[in-house]
Write a protein that binds this ligand. Structure first.
Ligand SMILES: [Zn+2]
Length: 69
């Protein structure tokens, strides 16, 4: 079974978990969580409705919803 990756609680980016502890490189102070739903790959944020709705400006893999406890 593949371990579920962490997602950043602030920008919602899916993190590869290469760092330990797992931390978003763009939001070093943001909490990370494995409790997230939805998965979307944003290739072109300027042309993506989803990206604009989520406020995503950088291409990457994102969760649609991240639950921070
Ligand atoms: Zn982040």
């Amino acid at each position: 079974m593949v371990k579920k990756p962490f997602a950043c609680g602030e920008c919602r980016m899916i993190l590869d978990g290469a760092e330990d502890p797992v931390q978003c490189t763009r939001c070093p102070t943001a909490p990370v969580s494995i409790d997230w739903q939805g998965f979307t790959i944003i290739l072109n944020p300027k042309r993506s409705e989803v990206a604009q709705r989520l406020g995503i400006t950088v291409p990457g893999n994102y969760a649609l919803k991240v639950n921070i406890r």
